[in-house]
Design a protein around this ligand. Sequence first.
Ligand code: PAF
Length: 282
Amino acid sequence: MDVVHSAADMRARVCAWRRAGARIGFVPTMGNLHAGHLSLVELARKRADTVVASVFVNPAQFGPNEDFASYPRTLDADRAGLAAHGCDALFAPGVDEMYPFGVAEGVRVDVPKISEVLEGELRPGHFAGVATVVTKLFNLVQPDVAVFGQKDYQQLLVVRRMTMDLRLPIDIIAAPTRRESNGLAMSSRNQYLSSEERERAGVIYRALCAMREQWNAGRPIAAIESDARAVLEAAGSIPDYATIRRADDLSAPYPSDRCGAIALIAIRMGRARLIDNLLLDP
Ligand code: PAF
């Protein structure tokens, strides 16, 4: 597997692959890869001839009090995992390579509305940081297909909207969430949990499943949401939200809506902030 650090080198390789008629698949990550990330690579492999993964801890998507400095950086292990899963190239640029004019003074890509609710409301500027870096990465890697995990559902919608609005000829594929045996969605931030907290954090998935059951039974949304918050609190977490939204734009469903909905949860537990979701339709 090739390891590429500079934008110029990445472009040269993409040029050669394109000349050879290869279809390029892309998996953007911030590294510290787990089985969930590697399943995205496997999915990209099925849809493309050449697979590129990026590892870049993007400063622009972290708030001032968030974990940019402490975010786990494990490039050697990431390289080994990607190579073992059939990745052809790892793009691991430095911050100067991605933000030649600095993060604060660089161009920004903003996706209005969908970026402003839920995670966007709690983490101002987060999705502009994501949309900006993903646009830059797409521009450098020029993929035909890019794979994103469904766990970060709002991010997936932001990237889809950005890709459509900028008229980028890229298929955005959603990969199913990989879970631990207690239902906890795999995430690099699970490392911030103690083993006892990791066990307790299984409550997120249980609460999502209960929300789906109640939704299917026709219970009013406000009651479903307040039950979920109570369950999350009883397990010692602090819920930021436990909500049911329309799956296409995350707006509040009309009381009569019975399809096209999603349950989303964000909690804080110990040092970790965790998010997860479940589509409510079969
Ligand atoms: O999901 C992530 O790991 C990041 O938000 C992404 C898409 C790689 C952009 O930095």
